[in-house]
Design a protein around this ligand. Sequence first.
Ligand SMILES: NC(=O)c1ccc[n+]([C@@H]2O[C@H](COP(=O)([O-])OP(=O)(O)OC[C@H]3O[C@@H](n4cnc5c(N)ncnc54)[C@H](OP(=O)(O)O)[C@@H]3O)[C@@H](O)[C@H]2O)c1
Length: 289
Amino acid sequence: MNKNPEKLCVIGDPVMHSISPLIHNFIYREKGINGLYEKIRVEKHELKNFVTSAKNGRWLGFNVTIPHKESILQFLSGLDSTARKTGAVNTVKLDSGRLIGFNTDVAGCELSLKSVIDNPLKNALIIGSGGATKAAVSALLNLGIPDITVLNRNMARAEKLSDFFRINSGAHIKTAGLQDKTFSDFTKHADIIINATPVGMWPDTENSVLQENCLLKQGAIVFDMVPRPAITTMLKRAEQSGAVTVSGLLMLIFQAAEAHKIWFGQDYDDNLIDEIKNYLFTKHRDTVQ
Ligand SMILES: NC(=O)c1ccc[n+]([C@@H]2O[C@H](COP(=O)([O-])OP(=O)(O)OC[C@H]3O[C@@H](n4cnc5c(N)ncnc54)[C@H](OP(=O)(O)O)[C@@H]3O)[C@@H](O)[C@H]2O)c1
């Protein structure tokens, strides 16, 4: 008799554009796991109901995306140390009805940056102040990058994020409003520039936080966390200016492999990462490009 598949999902709003089911279901086929990973739209006011249904045993675990990465914390019974230090959760595991939160975005961000960093870097600029920015700050602190500036439209949110890291990690994160100076005044000194906003995400693909002719430091690394499309307008502009670019799709693959490790206890290697990339670019070219 066929056993029911292990059920997993990603919740968020919007979520229908998510590539995560393609990645996880590919891993299940590769590893011979009887699993099914879905995407479920959960609006802000529906989060509590979803958590109640999850506790009733339907899911082995789930990923959390926009806008729930911080609001999910109130419903969890425990956090791993990375999620605690980051103040945001993207992966939840059900453990005998208890919900435990993890943050694999941090490892995803760190591993993506490690793939291009050759020399020690001094400073980084992050645009945004949500859960993705928190993961980026944690990753940069892990990488030993001491000077981090966060730019956001809503200054109060940026200040709150900075306070969180001062209290929890003793780190001093600088903040500024997106409108404070011309953008180039910030970008021209930055070793690493990270977009942690949804600007440029499919279907809004013409948009970019990096304007044309924006000044970049020679050899700067530009990392767009937006995973779809793989090469965003921001990355195209950065490449034209000679920057080293990192795609959010790579981060998405790394964070998924890390979440898989948490749910199924299976480690991964670079081959699996390459196989996932290859699968997405050959079988789902229209989705990722
Ligand atoms: N590749 C990956 O694996 C990965 C992992 C995590 C997240 N991400 C991506 O990271 C992005 C942010 O996710 P999140 O969870 O941090 O979202 P979030 O908590 O909703 O935060 C979004 C941030 O973006 C800012 N923002 C939104 N629209 C903007 C606009 N038009 N102009 C300037 N700033 C804008 C918001 O500014 P205000 O505070 O002023 O509203 C806020 O700071 C998403 O695109 C997500 O797909 C990718």
